[in-house]
Design a binder for this molecule. Sequence first.
Ligand code: URA
Ligand code: CA
Length: 436
Amino acid sequence: MRMVDLINKKRLGEELSAEEIRFIIKGFTDGSIQDYQMAAWMMAVVFQGMTYREIAELTSAMVATGDTVDLSALDGIKVDKHSTGGVGDTTTLVVAPLVAACGGTVAKMSGRGLGHTGGTLDKLESIDGVCIEKSVDEMIEIVKKTGLAVIGQSSNLVPADKMMYALRDVTATVKSIPLIASSIMSKKIAAGANAIVLDVKTGNGAFMETVEEAEELSNTMVGIGKHLGRRTVAIITDMNQPLGRAVGNGLEVKEAVEVLRGEIAKDDPLYQVCMLLGGKMLQLSGIAKDDAEAVAMLERAIENGSGLERLKAMVTELGGNASMLDNPESLCKTELTLDLAAPEGGYIYALDAMKIGIASSMLGAGRTKKGDKIDYAVGLVLNKRRGDRVEKGEPLFKLYINDKTNLDAVKKMLLDAVKIGSEQPAPMPMVYKVIE
Ligand code: URA
Ligand code: CA
């Protein structure tokens, strides 16, 4: 087989066989196929797309390039959850403990913040002492004790994805549904869970800006799951404003604790998305029969405190100081806090999630390059959400600051993110679609 012929075949829009796809992925990973040929092939995929069968073959070929996690030492169904990336999205730290408290098994490998979006590992590390670098055996032991573990991804999980992503990033081939879907699903499948709940974000703060694109990505990923024997559900949720009110690592852990303590209103978007995601995880685990039963179980785990206990138990197993979760203000102690006032009165009709994520990152909550140190305590809290009435001079955001270097630019970015008008906007859905 010659790579040049396979590039040409895809350029002409033809379907590749499993053998041909394995040849490409294996060859690229072992160095026998060069970057420029792989880049040309991926660009052909961007334009011609792939069939569901091809995407499933691509995903398995990618999984086969690295280690796969064997969770068979854990009984029952192991359920995982993945978000395509958002702002103020602290759902993992809420739903993983709640699902565990309801009898589910959650063994999860998470990621770090990327661009303007946050990452669960960074949030966990805002708790003193937490170490997320654990082996699979250690992860299994933690799950046996607490019902859940959230740790860093093993270094040799899907090396093909790391290499392809690095190349896509610099060849304008990131935005392709077959490439995004196989990238995400290969990592989920290699991480060993039997069941996967996907939270696909749509809106200005997300990869998929329109609901149609999010739906196509969701259908593709659910299709891959089905092909490869994993129960998969995708939920399309809104990212036209940050999901929670807190944006920043320690601040988001604090907000997760507030949800687990039952201190957040049931109509809050973060609460609603947590109930839906957690509910699907319980149903895929065979623990609840429908959304209503699942939500009742999750609410009980909030009311009786068992969800928060699970989070504390896991943090302790990761070497962290779980007492910080009893006093979550300790996670966001900064030298300075500052209210940012509304420049005019009216109704908030837009709160650009991407700009708000960038502003938090500029305060030090995110990285501008790989390996940058982040400040776990800094970030911001939204006092107002889309649709709220605000008076001139009323605080829109509370900023948590240690370094004032970028402060003027941060304020400008935040004021740019908010649009205030004279009429109350029609409510937008929080959940657009569930694909099972
Ligand atoms: N997230 C991933 O893991 N891969 C992509 O290609 C895009 C988003
Ligand atoms: Ca730390």
